[in-house]
Design a protein around this ligand. Structure first.
Ligand code: NAG
Length: 271
């Protein structure tokens, strides 16, 4: 009898210590939200299952509905019924897997119609349900890059329409921005131009996993020192050439006239 009582107390204590008693079936999607998927690649969602010792899962199901709520239909993608939790996808490109502590959903050849709010629902042996959600969107290429100027503050602002995870960088005359040109804001979208005069070509390049796109702001042309030097060198070369030609002409004329004199002398001699 003593032993029986001891066991009773033991079980009671165990139930007290367990944080959720026997109602703690829960599920959590491990992917970071929102999940962006490149078209044609595979989407893999993983969910962690927390389960009390007295609970049994009778069903796991994966579903999807539209994110905007315009199309209210809920589509069942896969179900894993029974205690064996053998999963079956509703389409050829959908696979699911379920184990004691984890369930996964994989969709191959992802397309825009696969975007939406994904839900994984666990049903316990009493019919109680618990659900976790995750937003999934298509990974979009960079679109419509533009550069605008804020004249009063010498700022160039780069914009992009709807590309996923855009990364901004700047070039001046096709070379990365240096401190002599200006400074780029932390998020990369703004370039504070500190060079004077404000001249030349400023290019904003926006890139992501699918490629890049760029736009250029053209300020007034630069009157650089380099150009001045080139002009001086060209002038000098022209002057030298002219001088050379002149010297050559003079020398030829001089030679002709002296030969003429000698010819005269010769004629005089024969006569
Ligand atoms: C220019 O930039 C400054 C500082 O960021 C801002 O306060 C101002 O409104 C901007 N002007 C225009 C025309 O966008």
């Amino acid at each position: 009898m003593d032993l029986h009582c001891f066991l009773c107390w033991g079980v009671a204590l165990l139930l007290l210590l367990m944080p959720c008693g026997h109602q703690c079936l829960s599920v959590r999607i491990l992917n970071q939200e929102p999940v962006y998927v490149i078209p044609g690649s595979s989407l893999v969602l993983r969910a962690r299952i927390e389960q009390g010792p007295l609970e049994e899962i009778s069903m796991i199901s994966w579903e999807r509905e539209s994110e905007t709520g315009v199309d209210p239909g809920k589509v069942t993608l896969a179900t894993c019924p029974g205690s064996s939790l053998k999963c079956a996808g509703t389409r050829p490109n959908v696979r699911a897997n379920a184990e004691q502590k984890e369930t996964t959903l994989q969709i191959d050849g992802y397309s825009s119609t696969d975007s939406g709010v994904y839900a994984v629902t666990l049903t316990d042996h009493k019919g109680a349900e618990t659900t976790a959600h995750c937003i999934v969107r298509m990974y979009e290429a960079v679109h419509h890059v533009s550069v605008s100027i804020n004249v009063s503050h010498s700022l160039l602002v780069c914009g992009e329409a709807w590309g996923t995870e855009p990364h901004f960088s700047w070039l001046y005359e096709r070379v990365a921005i240096t401190k002599t040109v200006g400074s780029v804001s932390k998020d990369g979208t703004t370039l504070l131009v500190t060079m004077t005069p404000f001249c030349g070509h400023f290019t904003c390049v926006v890139s992501n996993k699918l490629g890049y796109s760029s736009a250029t702001y053209t300020a007034t042309p630069c009157e650089t020192e380099g150009r001045g030097t080139t002009a001086a060198v060209v002038c000098l070369v022209v002057l030298l050439l002219l001088g050379g030609v002149l010297a050559f002409l003079l020398w030829r004329r001089h030679r002709h006239s002296s030969r003429g004199e000698r010819l005269h002398e010769h004629l005089d001699d024969t006569i």
